[in-house]
Design a protein around this ligand. Structure first.
Ligand SMILES: Cc1cc2nc3c(=O)[nH]c(=O)nc-3n(C[C@H](O)[C@H](O)[C@H](O)COP(=O)(O)OP(=O)(O)OC[C@H]3O[C@@H](n4cnc5c(N)ncnc54)[C@H](O)[C@@H]3O)c2cc1C
Length: 389
């Protein structure tokens, strides 16, 4: 640990300074030259980060970094793409707007501008995220994909975070912010049977003059999930009719309970149902197999198509890189403990944005994480001061 502590003291104000195989750039020139040869052979550079490393520069990673920053805790954000919030910037369609009203989507310490509509557009949300990063002076390290993170018990314990640029970041705290939707789920075709559960909850976006989400959150303060689910399904039936008549069968458990158990989000209808009812969109059962110029469905029907769009969802990629299985389940890459208890693991490990509660959940996680890390950051700084006096 001594070598890490020494390095930390040197680099406390410059977390991007590089330690190559334990030799800092300030070291003796000659020694550096000798080691350069070693470095070329080993091709790994090590970076000691005095504060936390945050993996992912989406809204959750930015929120965590901002909350830490205002407490005076520096962090390094590693982002695999070349921009912040790559999901929103690179992987969403242009006419997208936030699904939930803006007051449920604000990141900590910065409200949306007043002139934004109730459901900000994708463009407005991205502008807001850029303004957020500017406001808190957040500069992620881009094109830095984390390929493994493992806890090393030696020297008092620290995380080794390796990236595809052959860099190893060493840190005491690791914040996982890679999102619930990091990788596309591509079902094996013809093995579609396995993937397709064939059921979905469709709810109107607004009920009784309020957003369905807001109303649900309010009702959950007083009533158990199952009662709120029954209410939502009753009102949906009145407003949308029986969705099974147009091929959209509802799961056997209610929308909020299903979301809590599996993370599967209900679809908020903003016009698709009327397109299905008018026949512009047709609903078919699962695909049995792809054919040269079309598809065979499980009910035996064969139809021709020019293109097939897989709208089969996304999943967490955490099990592919995080060498840890206490906090995260290897099965689905989500925290084992449900919200609000899944944000903290052992040995300085944290998660933000895996609450299945959208941006509101991310904000709550980020505030808790910053508070928790700040406490140990201050106590370590105090120990350092005592040690050096
Ligand atoms: C279409 C859509 C609409 C949504 N609308 C709303 C809404 O209205 N309200 C709401 O509250 N929520 C909404 N959500 C849910 C959620 O809030 C968003 O998905 C949000 O982007 C989640 O932020 P995040 O930072 O947790 O994850 P992401 O935005 O997915 O960010 C994760 C980041 O981690 C990076 N990353 C992943 N793996 C690695 C790696 N190995 N190394 C380095 N970087 C990595 C990714 O490139 C990405 O930039 C919506 C989601 C979608 C898909």
């Amino acid at each position: 640990m001594d070598c890490l502590r020494e390095a930390e003291c040197k680099l406390i104000h410059d977390c991007h300074s590089i330690l190559i195989n334990g030799v800092s750039k300030e070291d003796d020139e000659e020694e550096g030259a000798k080691n350069a040869l070693k470095t070329v052979t080993m091709m790994t550079r090590q970076v000691w980060v005095p504060g936390p490393v945050i993996v992912g520069a989406g809204p959750s990673g930015l929120a965590a970094a901002a909350c830490l920053k205002v407490k005076g805790v520096p962090s390094v954000i590693l982002e695999r793409s070349g921009c912040i919030s790559s999901l929103w910037q690179l992987r969403t369609y242009d006419r997208l707007s936030l699904h939930l009203p803006k007051n449920f989507c604000e990141l900590p310490m910065m409200p949306f501008p007043h002139h934004f509509p109730t459901y900000p557009t994708k463009e407005q949300f991205i502008d807001y995220l850029h303004a957020y990063a500017r406001q808190f002076n957040l500069s992620p390290v881009f094109n830095e994909t984390v390929e493994s993170a493992e806890y090393d018990c030696t020297f008092g314990g620290f995380w080794r975070v390796k990236t595809t640029t052959r860099t190893e970041y060493l840190c005491r705290w690791l914040v996982v912010a890679t999102g619930e939707n990091a990788e596309a789920v591509v079902p094996g075709i013809p093995g579609m049977k396995e993937f397709n559960k064939g059921t979905v909850h469709v709810l109107p976006r607004e009920m009784l003059g309020r957003s369905t989400f807001g109303l649900s959150m309010w009702l959950l303060k007083w009533l158990p999930v199952r009662v709120v689910d029954r209410f939502l399904l009753f009102v949906s039936r009145l407003m949308l009719g029986d969705t099974s008549l147009i091929g959209l069968h509802r799961p056997s458990i209610g929308p909020l309970e299903l979301k809590a158990l599996s993370g599967k989000t209900p679809v908020l209808d903003i016009g698709t149902l009327s397109k299905i009812k008018s026949g512009d969109i047709k609903v078919r059962p699962a695909i049995k197999r792809m054919m040269m110029d079309g598809v065979e469905f499980v009910d035996g029907r064969v139809e021709e198509f020019d293109a097939v769009i897989l709208a089969t969802g996304y999943r967490s990629n955490v099990p592919s890189w995080l060498k840890e299985s206490e906090l995260f389940s290897e099965k689905d890459g989500l925290p084992r403990k449900p919200f609000p208890n899944g944000w903290k693991g052992e040995r300085g490990l944290y998660t933000v944005g895996f609450s299945k509660a959208g941006l509101l959940g991310s904000s709550k996680d980020a505030l808790r994480i910053a508070q928790d890390i700040d406490r140990s950051w201050k106590s370590i700084s105090l120990l350092d001061m005592i040690g050096s006096s």
